[in-house]
Design a protein around this ligand. Structure first.
Ligand SMILES: NCc1[nH]cc(CCC(=O)O)c1CC(=O)O
Ligand SMILES: [Mg+2]
Length: 332
């Protein structure tokens, strides 16, 4: 059957040369779409490689100034900070999370000193500080206690805000913590500190390399399915987002990224709010493994996957490939 619109309409006309492809592009990736996650370790002058995250390192605080200036010079608007807390400072009550001189707080200051032009996003969750690797306090049965954890998260967010964090990002999936954190920030006068809620965070197999990076993998007892979402659920993500927005989240996040683009698209369509996606460590590792195996071109894989987030409606993407992508984009 010949289509009645052929040959009047030939879709390939729009693909016939670079200039027309550029002119007709519906979506474009830009360095300002990117948030760059950085891992921090104790010590001086340190770069520690992470075997399951090839090409990504932990940096000691004194080496973060370079990273901050690199982000700024590449046009990346914001970095996200994750600490690898020394083993001796991890405990059942995660007290180190509230230490105003902990790795995260020292990192915030180092970045603000070096490049005040960029934003600093900090993770609010207890897993880098607990001896058992869970995101909160655990009861006798091994279950993470919601309200007790939430109260500590408020204090953690306040310590980060007091030190200079611009965005606090609760990644723990406790119920009610966004409202509690917002109330705490308002009460203490941090009304300009924003909240990016990890609103729809799934219990995912893609977090393995991250847990290596922050040193919680060997410690984690059990799994996080009692608080992170079931990958079977899509509509539930909309309820989670609605709740976090009602509690005062300025922006929301879906995590992981590529396997959950349907959720990203649905959240953006339903709420029309700033919607971020986290291309997580396991996604990064898959791309690196494919590139190393010769299965695909790294640069092309990175740009194509990041563009997919834009097509799905994401406002921005947290990605370990952020500096590479920004470099590729500025080279045109
Ligand atoms: N609060 C934990 C947290 N914050 C960000 C990530 C994962 C990010 C990544 O895999 O890149 C995780 C892992 C987890 O929930 O176990
Ligand atoms: Mg929730």
């Amino acid at each position: 059957m010949v289509s009645p619109s052929f040959p009047a309409l030939r879709m390939r006309r729009g693909r016939s040369a670079p200039w027309i492809r550029a002119m007709l592009a519906e979506h474009r990736l830009h360095p300002t779409d990117l948030i760059w996650p950085l891992f921090i370790c104790d010590g001086k002058g340190c770069e520690e490689q992470i075997p399951t995250l090839p090409g990504v390192s932990r940096w000691s605080v004194d080496r973060l100034a370079d990273k901050a200036r690199e982000a700024r010079d590449l046009g990346i608007p914001c970095v996200a900070l994750f600490p690898n807390t020394p083993a001796g400072l991890r405990s059942d009550n995660a007290g180190e999370a509230l230490n105003a001189d902990n790795l995260i707080c020292r990192a915030i200051k180092a970045i603000k000193d070096a490049a005040p032009e960029i934003g600093v996003l900090t993770d609010v969750a207890l897993d880098p500080y607990t001896a058992h690797g869970h995101d909160g306090l655990v009861d006798e049965r091994g279950c993470v206690k919601n309200d007790e954890t939430s109260a500590i998260l408020v204090e953690q967010a306040l310590v980060q805000a007091a030190t200079g964090a611009d965005i606090v990002a609760p990644s723990d999936m406790m119920d009610g913590r966004v409202g509690a954190i917002r109330a705490g920030l308002e009460r203490e006068g941090y009304c300009d500190v924003a909240i990016m809620a990890y609103a729809a965070k799934y219990a995912s197999a893609f977090y393995g390399p991250f847990r290596d990076a922050v040193g919680s993998r060997g410690l984690l007892k059990g799994d996080k399915r009692g608080y992170q979402m079931d990958p079977a659920n899509g509509l539930e993500a909309l309820r989670e987002v609605a709740l976090d927005l009602a509690e005062g989240a300025d922006m929301v996040m879906v995590k992981p990224g590529l396997p959950y683009l349907d959720v990203v698209a649905a959240v953006k369509r339903e709420f029309g709010v700033p919607t971020f996606a986290y291309q997580v460590s396991g996604e990064y590792a898959m791309i690196e493994a494919a590139a190393s195996a010769g299965a695909g071109d790294r640069d092309a894989l990175v740009l194509e996957t990041l563009l997919a987030f834009k097509r799905a409606g994401a406002t921005g993407v947290l990605s370990y490939h952020a500096p590479l992508a920004a470099r590729l984009l500025s080279e045109g």
